[in-house]
Ligand binder design. Structure first.
Ligand SMILES: [Zn+2]
Length: 95
């Protein structure tokens, strides 16, 4: 449906892999901070200390990944640059 609607309105559509770790990667520096339980709504990047709101960070990562896929050519890129990386989490729970 999204693909159809995008085409109807002349917009670009890209499908991001469901395994893409949108909530594990810092959208500011790319550091892979590791998995977080769902109750963790806010966390701090273990690399540069950027504070993220979980969903906002994930949306930014999905947008960047979609743009990367489009830039790599239609149909996406077989490579998954996000599949490897360092881990380490400093999570904060919602207040
Ligand atoms: Zn970071």
């Amino acid at each position: 449906m999204l693909e159809y609607k995008a085409a109807l309105h002349g917009r670009t559509f890209a499908k991001v892999d469901r395994a893409f770790p949108s909530s594990q990667v810092c959208s500011a520096c790319g550091f892979r901070d590791g998995p977080k339980p769902l109750h963790v709504r806010e966390w701090t990047c273990g690399e540069w200390g950027t504070v993220h709101y979980r969903d906002h960070n994930a949306v930014r990562n999905v947008l960047f990944e979609g743009r990367r896929i489009v830039a790599a050519g239609r149909g996406g890129d077989a490579k998954r640059p996000w599949s490897a990386g360092r881990t380490g989490t400093r999570a904060r729970t919602a207040r």
